[in-house]
Design a protein around this ligand. Structure first.
Ligand code: BGC
Length: 423
């Protein structure tokens, strides 16, 4: 789209030049191309708020929304990769910190540092060091963070649970979940809504379950090569994950993650296991937190927080550097994060926001972030190299069909050997 637009702008300018009469309009038009995968109802609405704020501050800049549909960025990243390989980078693109940013883009010299912005905007003082470290290579920062998601959340339709006399008191163990699931199944309700038309969405259930069984130390050991991927605990997690899938909706592979959330919203299903972009969808649908929907840590993960942060880069060699810098300055600001994150369903990357602008869930998540063990997500590209992430997705695809625990863990062992899991 952008390529087409750019080539048509270039074409117009060129034609005008050839005719000796420059088409000033086309040549001088200012643009900003923002590449992301924010296309679900709430994602797009939240992104639009940023666009509106940007336009207020940057009159006359035309924003090209190059969002690619496909939750988790599964469809966007390959397109981005091709564009980078062709030397046609977007001005700025969505990225997760950690491996995804540092090994995919920074190592390939695809983005320019934004260290000066961190200094001039005072972000070093208000963004937690643990987050800044994940966007830093050799002393330079390479992305501006706009929000932080919690991956390990189990969401539920409160009325469906009440109707079925299921009470959740602060935490939920796997056994309690399975007991509830049996009850729901008997009542003809889908216990666990899953939308894995993008395989990452079910991989997220595995990831959360892995953390629930291993705990944060086990997670760090696993992703630093100290614990084997066929350790009995990993097998136990895979087994539990397989049991969870016994309670999913039969049409799971036809649904996207937000389709699964809609099943919970519409009381067709009781729970969904998904990061807190789910909150954005619930709120967008007009549901009230703690009244229509509730949440609880994914079983076993209380005290831990799977970090799924969103940042934007400064594309090296992209055409609209000044416009992209203005975008980054905006999304790193307090005003933008206070406006965007409550709609997106994320907590701000900054710690100096007005918390009263955030609802109960997000305040709960902020409190969790401040004291929990923070662990990077593998499904969202932070904990391991892209090739490992891909191999895990492939292994999960097979597992969803055959539920073979040994097969899954053997594939993960092989992937760790082939691609490594240490930065
Ligand atoms: C992103 C979120 C997004 C989710 C679903 C994650 O990878 O970090 O911003 O809402 O995918 O698309």
């Amino acid at each position: 789209m952008k390529t087409l637009l750019r080539s048509s702008i270039l074409g117009a300018a060129l034609a005008a030049l050839i005719q000796g009469c420059p088409d000033a309009d086309a040549a001088n038009r200012k643009t900003l191309e923002v590449f992301s995968w924010w296309t679900s109802g709430s994602e797009a609405a939240a992104l639009d708020v940023l666009f509106r704020m940007y336009k207020e501050k940057n009159h006359g800049v035309e924003i090209i929304n190059a969002a690619v549909t496909g939750g988790g960025g599964s469809a966007a990243r390959p397109i981005l990769q091709t564009r980078l390989a062709e030397g046609n980078p977007p001005d700025t693109w969505q990225t997760h910190p950690g491996y995804e940013l540092l090994a995919r883009y920074v190592a390939l010299e695809a983005c320019d540092p934004v260290t000066d912005l961190y200094e001039s905007e005072g972000w070093n003082k208000v963004v937690p060091k643990s987050l800044i470290d994940e966007v830093t290579k050799s002393g330079d920062m390479y992305a501006v963070l706009v929000g932080v998601h919690r991956g390990n959340v189990l969401w539920y339709n409160k009325k469906v649970l009440e109707k079925n006399q299921i009470k959740i008191d602060g935490t939920l163990t796997f056994d309690q979940f399975f007991a509830a699931a049996e009850k729901l199944k008997a009542a003809g309700i889908v216990p666990l809504a899953v939308g894995d038309s993008g395989i990452w969405a079910t991989a997220e259930i595995f990831e959360n379950t892995l953390l629930g069984v291993l705990g944060p130390q086990g997670w760090h050991d696993l992703f630093s090569g100290k614990l084997a991927f066929d350790d009995p605990k990993v097998k136990q997690a895979a087994q539990t994950y397989g049991r969870l899938l016994d309670y999913q909706n039969p049409d799971h592979s036809a649904l996207s993650w937000d389709g699964a959330v809609r099943a919970v919203i519409g009381a067709k299903a009781a729970f969904t296991c998904m990061g807190d972009w789910t909150y954005g969808e619930m709120i967008k649908a007009g549901l009230k937190e703690n009244q229509d929907f509730g949440w609880v840590d994914h079983p076993g993960t209380q005290g831990s927080f799977i970090v799924v942060a969103d940042g934007f880069t400064l594309g090296k060699g992209a055409p609209d550097t000044a416009e992209a810098v203005a975008w980054l300055r905006l999304i790193g600001s307090k005003q933008a994060q206070e406006a965007f994150d409550p709609l997106k369903g994320a907590i701000p990357a900054r710690t100096d926001v007005d918390k009263s602008k955030f609802g109960d869930y997000l305040q709960w998540s902020m409190a969790s972030f401040a004291k929990a063990n923070l662990v990077p997500s593998c499904v969202h590209g932070e904990a391991a190299p892209a090739a490992f992430q891909q191999a895990m997705n492939d292994a999960i695809s097979l597992f969803v069909a055959d539920k073979d625990v040994d097969h899954l863990t053997a594939a993960l062992v092989q992937a760790a050997k082939d691609y490594g899991v240490q930065r």
